[in-house]
Write a protein that binds this ligand. Structure first.
Ligand SMILES: [Zn+2]
Length: 447
């Protein structure tokens, strides 16, 4: 049998093991085990330099606590990167698939930095997508920025003696309803809601100065459940229960007018004061690790929260899809394309100035640079490709953190182990391809 062109060994196959990571040079006195006591970044713990067999050594609690923090961070980061990896498998052509993967400047290497304050490592020269709906990394960063903006705005407004209320609007929905259609209908009804003269006049009489709208969606036994959370800003405190009765009826009219099913007054509209909303949300304790949800958390992190009361969030679907749930994958895609390009929060005209908040763009929030970072090294193109190929972006950063904080050569060893695996894989693949090619059995590839 004659071998086809495509089965011929490419150049990369002919490079001996380890040679392909030849460019991987260690920064002197940072990773090299022989020199690690030199402490290139000046942040090694004392225990690193402590000779063994010195008898009883007191437990270094600081070191243990630090290690726990590093591990917590690493676990969180690896979940985020794993969701990104799965997004790429699901929707490879989307811009988000290149987030924290593609280089900004192809002429430069990917840089590795260590933030000495936060004790965290990160990459540089990588594109970020800024997409809050599909990218676990950007959703987190942007939402965190939005949360701070909201908090600042609420604080400023309250300091001026103003009052804030949370209004939630929703409408009936059923299994099988198309999310895009539901959103469109709801947006039409919402637009209409604000144009009803009586409604406008009533709000004006009460001293409303503006509102912020967040669109949120969960998925439960009745299918998709999109709804609006609206932060209402008033000059002073109002009777919000009376407001609820009034706007409930206007919302009913708006839904019917735009062809949606009429919501009940009980479920269609809900108005709560800021404190109650905060307690209400915190009671469900979805993300206790964040210290409980305040009003601003409910507004911005809606799609990231773990689903409650049997409902699931879009990121739950991405997680389930990564575990092999095909239906969850389809639902995630439906969500993603329905929300892609939408703003997470929208402020009414003039409100940003009244609240004295400086609103950044999604891209700005997603790309905020760390000011107290020190460069650890550059990753040559092949190394970066190797790290990406083995979905090891998170693991590599963890190794860098271990090296920077506790000494050692974890990062170097890890890359070498990837290189070995890669080489073995190539050998095995080639045996598979070539093994039955000749009558004489296996054709030796690496001699
Ligand atoms: Zn992103």
């Amino acid at each position: 049998m004659k071998l086809s062109e495509k089965h011929k060994l490419s150049e990369k196959h002919l490079v001996p093991p380890f040679e392909r990571v030849r460019g991987y040079k260690l920064p002197a006195n940072l990773y090299s085990p022989n020199e690690r006591k030199g402490g290139g970044l000046g942040i090694y713990t004392k225990s690193d330099a402590t000779p063994i067999n010195k008898g009883f050594q007191p437990i270094d609690l600081n070191s243990i606590c630090l290690q726990n923090d590093v591990i917590d961070n690493a676990v969180q980061r690896s979940q985020i990167y794993a969701l990104q990896d799965h997004f790429k498998e699901l929707l490879p052509k989307e811009r988000t698939s290149g987030c924290l993967r593609r280089r900004i400047s192809v002429d430069d290497d990917v840089g590795v930095y260590f933030n000495t304050e936060r004790k965290k490592a990160h990459y540089s020269n990588l594109q970020v997508c800024g997409c809050v709906w599909g990218c676990a990394n950007c959703a987190r960063r942007v939402s965190e920025g939005r949360r701070q903006e909201l908090k600042q705005g609420l604080d400023n407004w309250k300091r001026q003696g103003g009052a804030v209320y949370l209004m939630t609007l929703t409408n009936p929905h059923h299994v099988g309803d198309n999310l895009k259609d539901l959103l469109y209908g709801q947006a039409q009804a919402f637009k209409y809601f604000w144009t009803v003269r009586k409604n406008r006049e009533n709000f004006k009489r009460l001293g409303k100065v503006g509102h912020i709208t967040a669109t949120e969606v969960t998925h439960g036994v009745n299918g998709w459940h999109p709804h609006y959370h609206i932060l209402l800003f008033f000059k002073e405190e109002i009777d919000y229960k009376e407001l609820e009765r009034f706007v409930g009826e206007v919302w009913q009219t708006a839904c019917v007018k735009k062809g949606l099913k009429k919501p009940s007054l009980h479920y269609g509209c809900d108005v709560r004061d800021g404190v109650y909303a905060s307690q209400y949300v915190a009671k469900f304790g979805i993300e206790e690790s964040l210290g409980g949800w305040g009003l601003e958390n409910e507004m911005t992190k809606g799609h990231m929260k773990k689903g409650r009361e049997g409902g699931r969030t879009p990121f739950d679907f991405l997680r389930l899809s990564a575990l092999g749930d095909e239906q969850a994958g389809k639902l995630f895609k439906e969500f993603y394309f329905a929300f892609k390009g939408k703003r997470q929060l929208s402020y009414t005209k003039g409100l940003k100035d009244l609240l004295a908040v400086d609103i950044k763009s999604d891209e700005e929030l997603a790309t905020e640079t760390e000011k107290t970072s020190e460069k650890v090294r550059d990753l040559e193109f092949q190394i970066w490709e190797l790290i990406k190929r083995y979905k090891a972006r998170a693991r590599y950063l963890y190794c860098v953190e271990q090296d920077c904080l506790f000494g050692g050569s974890h990062a170097h060893d890890f890359v070498m182990s990837l290189a070995i695996r890669d080489t073995e894989k190539i050998m095995n693949d080639d045996v598979h391809v070539w093994g039955y090619a000749g009558e004489g059995g296996l054709i030796p590839i690496f001699e």
